[in-house]
Design a protein around this ligand. Structure first.
Ligand SMILES: O=C[C@H](O)COP(=O)(O)O
Length: 248
C-alpha cells in the first residue's frame, strides 16, 4: 500500500481568534482531498479553541512540548496536557526550536520519546543550514539528526512523520527544487532501510517543508519520496487548501 499524503500547517506564533476563525472556515469550505491527512500546528494557547471549532477529520498539533509529564517547568506544556485538551499531534525539533531556543538532538529525542510514550503522534523535523549545505554536509546533518531519533522512536515509527526542512528554505521564499528535496528524501529512506529496517523505510512518510506555496506544491508532490508538506506561511492563507490538494 502506498504512503498516505500528509500535509501539516505550522502556524508558528501567528493568529488570533479572528484569524483562526477565518483559517478554519476556509478549511471547512475546502474541499480537502479526503485521501490526505491534514494536521494544523497551532499556538499552545489556542489548542482548546481550535479543537472546539475544527472538523474531526483535521488533526491538531502543538508546536512543542516538554519531556516529562508534569512538574516545576515554568512556561512549558506536557504531552499529557496536549492530549487532555483533545489534540493528538506535536511538532518537535523544528529548526526554530533548534536555532532560536538551542534545542540539541538529544533534547529533541527525549521529547519525541516522551510524546510517543504518552500517545501523541509526532512530526519530527530535521534539516541542514545553508552553511552546512554549501559545505556538502546535508546528508551528514540529516542522518545525524535522524540517528538521534531512532532509539527515541523505537517501535513507534507508525506514529511518526519525518519533516525534512532545509533551514535555508524556511520563510525565505526560496523553495528547494523538487530534485533537491527528492534527493534528500531518497537518501533518508535509504539510510532508514540500512539503519532501521526496510519496512520502516518504505512506510514512513517524509514531508518537505520550506516556502511551499500553492504554486510550488504540485511539482514537489509528484516526486516519489515526497509524502506531504509541512507548511509555514502559506498555511495561514487560503492557498493552504491547494497545497493539501496537490496530489489531485
Ligand atoms: O514548519 C514549517 C516550515 O518552517 C516552513 O515554513 P515556511 O513555509 O514559512 O517556509
Amino acid at each position: 500500500m502506498g504512503r498516505k499524503f500528509v500535509v501539516g500547517g505550522n502556524w508558528k506564533m501567528n493568529g488570533d481568534k479572528n484569524q483562526i476563525n477565518e483559517i478554519v472556515n476556509n478549511l471547512k469550505k475546502g474541499p480537502l482531498d479526503p485521501n490526505v491527512d491534514v494536521v494544523i500546528g497551532v499556538p499552545a494557547i489556542y489548542l482548546s479553541y481550535v479543537k472546539s471549532i475544527v472538523p474531526e477529520n483535521i488533526g491538531v498539533a502543538a508546536q512543542n512540548c516538554w519531556k516529562v509529564t508534569k512538574g516545576a517547568f515554568t512556561g512549558e506544556i506536557s504531552p499529557a496536557m496536549i492530549k487532555d485538551v483533545g489534540a493528538d499531534w506535536v511538532i518537535l525539533g523544528h529548526s526554530e526550536r533548534r536555532t532560536i531556543f538551542g534545542e540539541k538532538d538529544e533534547l529533541v529525542a527525549a521529547k519525541v520519546a516522551h510524546a510517543l510514550e504518552q500517545g501523541l503522534k509526532v512530526i519530527a523535523c530535521i534539516g541542514e543550514t545553508l552553511e552546512e549545505r554549501e559545505a556538502g554536509k546535508t546528508e551528514e546533518v540529516v542522518f545525524r539528526q535522524t540517528k538521534a531519533l531512532v532509539p527515541a522512536i523505537g517501535s513507534n515509527w507508525d506514529k511518526v512523520v519525518l519533516a525534512y526542512e532545509p533551514v535555508w528554505a524556511i520563510g525565505t521564499g526560496k523553495t528547494a527544487t523538487p530534485q533537491q528535496a527528492q534527493d534528500v528524501h531518497a537518501a533518508l529512506r535509504n539510510w532508514l532501510s540500512v539503519n532501521v529496517s526496510g519496512d520502516v523505510a518504505n512506510a514512513v512518510r517524509i514531508q518537505y517543508g520550506g516556502s511551499v506555496t500553492g504554486a510550488t506544491a504540485k511539482e514537489l508532490a509528484a516526486r516519489p519520496d515526497i509524502d506531504g508538506f509541512l507548511v509555514g506561511g502559506a498555511s495561514l492563507k487560503p492557498e493552504f487548501v491547494d497545497i493539501v490538494n496537490a496530489t489531485q
